[in-house]
Design a protein around this ligand. Structure first.
Ligand code: F6P
Length: 322
């Protein structure tokens, strides 16, 4: 009997730990007697035939590397039905019956489309934003937060020396999880996230004044990318309170770097689960973490789930960051 053939690709924004997930997929598949292929540059690789068979050594020495050895891309062609059919046809020609897609929810919608076109796909949540509703954790989140906090600790040093306020934008276009957790970890006087409406006077200015009254003379305000406007906010704080204020946008530095232990381990567990599902002949599923355990959901069910922002943690931040 011919060997089962599966493939793995990374899609959307890269995230530290994607390599660890690729490694887990390749090695778990080989352990189960399958042939495994790496697809380069996301779904584009399936369209262009940019696909290569992997062996145990193909994924040596990558677990500690940031980025993704398979490269990544957002594919316009694959968004079309024609593109999806073409990708499925290329899979059929190679005998590939399953694909592990490591990425965010846009990539999962692609995985559902490819499953509908006849190739079983399993999604693995890889994005620094932690914005996949069905999973309490996404690969790359921990590393991105640790990178951000290292930078913010340095910003704090200079803010403190000058008795200044620093307004820092962290990543998260639709999701405030990085801002919230980093804000707690650096004792931010105010944290602004896209999930919670804010009033600049009450949620920023009044909080700085209250903190000032306790004797503190330097302040850090953390703003999620989805809220934006850090330069204007810095100017406003300076004008309104007479405190010298600087704005910093951390940007893509948060996407790179060697993954933390947590990201390497979660990626390894999720990659392994994805292969188990394909081995059972399943497709259209997303691997997720719930209560610290690896689980999986139907992709449509997963994409329809509403994201829940941790308001309790947000309130704790307000209480203790004074
Ligand atoms: O990976 C998620 C994310 O970092 C978002 O927070 C951000 O908005 C986006 O990707 C930016 O991605 P790019 O610059 O690659 O388009």
């Amino acid at each position: 009997m011919s060997k089962k053939k599966i493939a793995v690709l990374t899609s959307g924004g890269d995230a530290p730990g994607m390599n660890a997930a690729v490694r887990a997929v390749v090695r778990s598949a080989i352990a189960k007697g399958m042939d495994v292929y790496g697809v380069y540059r996301g779904y584009n690789g399936l369209l262009n035939g940019d696909v290569e068979q992997m062996n145990l050594r193909s994924v040596s020495d990558i677990i500690g590397n940031g980025g993704t050895m398979l490269y990544t891309a957002r594919s316009e062609e694959f968004r079309t039905l024609e593109g999806q059919k073409k990708a499925a046809k290329h899979c059929n020609e190679l005998g590939i019956t399953g694909v592990v897609v490591i990425g965010g929810d846009g990539s999962f919608a692609g995985a559902r489309a490819l499953t509908n076109a006849g190739v079983n796909c399993i999604g693995v949540p890889g994005t620094i934003d932690n914005d996949i509703a069905c999973s309490e954790y996404t690969i790359g989140f921990d590393t991105a937060m640790n990178t951000a906090i290292q930078m913010i600790d340095k910003i704090r040093d200079t803010a403190q020396s000058h008795d200044r306020c620093s307004v820092v934008e962290v990543m998260g276009r639709r999701c405030g999880d990085i801002a919230l957790q980093v804000g707690i970890a650096c004792g931010a006087t105010a944290i602004l996230v896209p999930e919670v409406n804010y009033d600049i006077e009450k949620d920023v200015i009044a909080r700085i004044i209250d903190t000032q009254k306790t004797g503190k003379q330097h302040f850090v305000v953390i703003v999620a990318e989805g809220v934006g406007g850090v330069n204007d906010l810095a100017k406003y704080i300076e004008r309104r309170l007479g405190i010298e204020t600087r704005a910093t946008i951390l940007g893509h530095v948060q996407r790179g770097g060697s993954p933390t232990v947590r990201d390497r381990v979660v990626a390894s567990m999720m990659g392994n689960r994805a292969v188990e599902l394909l081995a059972q002949g399943l497709g259209n599923r997303v691997v997720a973490m719930r209560d610290g355990k690896i689980v999986d959901f139907d992709i449509t069910e997963a994409l329809d789930m509403p994201r829940v922002f941790d308001k309790e943690l947000y309130e704790i931040a307000k209480t203790i960051s004074i």
